[in-house]
Write a protein that binds this ligand. Sequence first.
Ligand SMILES: Cc1cc2nc3c(=O)[nH]c(=O)nc-3n(C[C@H](O)[C@H](O)[C@H](O)COP(=O)(O)OP(=O)(O)OC[C@H]3O[C@@H](n4cnc5c(N)ncnc54)[C@H](O)[C@@H]3O)c2cc1C
Length: 321
Amino acid sequence: MIHRTWDTIVIGAGAAGLSAAQALGRSLRGTLVIDAGSPRNRFASHMHNVLGLDGTPPAELLARGRAEAERYGVAFREGSVLAVRDRPADEGSGSPARVLVELDGGDTLEARSLVVATGIADELPPIRGLARHWGTGVLHCPYCHGWEVRGRRLAVITTSPLGMHQARLLRQWTEDLTVFTAGLGELSDEARREFAARGVRLVPDPVTEVVAGDGAGIAAVRTASDEFAVDAIFTASALVPHDGFLAELALDRAETPMGSFIAVDPTGRTSHPRVWAAGNVVAPAATVPVAMGAGAMAGAAVNAVLVEEDFALAAGGPTGA
Ligand SMILES: Cc1cc2nc3c(=O)[nH]c(=O)nc-3n(C[C@H](O)[C@H](O)[C@H](O)COP(=O)(O)OP(=O)(O)OC[C@H]3O[C@@H](n4cnc5c(N)ncnc54)[C@H](O)[C@@H]3O)c2cc1C
């Protein structure tokens, strides 16, 4: 049973969702944030390259963001959204279109608009010993963690031809770089020459294991025939957006080298007139500040559309889809 129509439901309380919620709360919009509680960077102890918050624990940023949003009247609810459906306008009663949000536990909520900020899942390469170091000794983003391991013995374990970019990038942070090239496919002579000229070691054999050190750190990368001592590893996960619950809306998608993502315009608006999306769920390369910016933009864009709808409703005119 529907008890209330929210102006906006924000799905996901990471950097993107909380920024959208803050913008909407400060716009006096009845806003509910629903969150499953698993932000992508929960494996890392500290965030970097986040202006004004460098070195802050990820959970601290989210707690502060939530407290700020609550100050502006935003409501929060724990849970997972299982599905989103359209509720078309009812011309008989004059009721405009809505979106219906189905939660685990069985409740269905109703909103005039939706901001999807559910992030992505990182599917890690299936290498023995790798997953336990994700976010500590196994990293993906040199802008987030490169400074902390600069000058150390670094490895890049490539997982696809896109790994070429990461392999070249990491040379900026160390002169002691080993690239495990099995994921790259056949290397051109030119690529080999360039790596050699920059003093980068290339190892073609597939990696079989990440070997832990005595403490919590990494000791080595192992192949079938050899072992290479390293201090940290960079690699790329397969990126899986948390957007399956939107299937029924059949939103337009963008096919990118990093995968298939819901298509959005610069304000985060999807092909559905009442649904916006922001952060990693639509922009896999977005870091925390980029996700925050996208969320703030989506929040303002939602409010602008609701303002127009408020005028149209008051004047008895059409209210869009
Ligand atoms: C190990 C690691 C370290 C990182 N370090 C940094 C760093 O130092 N600096 C930096 O700028 N970036 C860093 N990042 C990137 C950072 O994690 C992302 O940029 C950021 O989390 C994106 O925010 P978001 O709001 O889009 O998604 P998220 O932060 O992932 O938030 C999404 C939220 O939505 C919830 N959710 C998902 N599905 C549902 C559903 N169906 N119903 C309800 N809720 C749902 C999730 O539980 C989660 O709470 C790191 C990433 C990783 C993996």
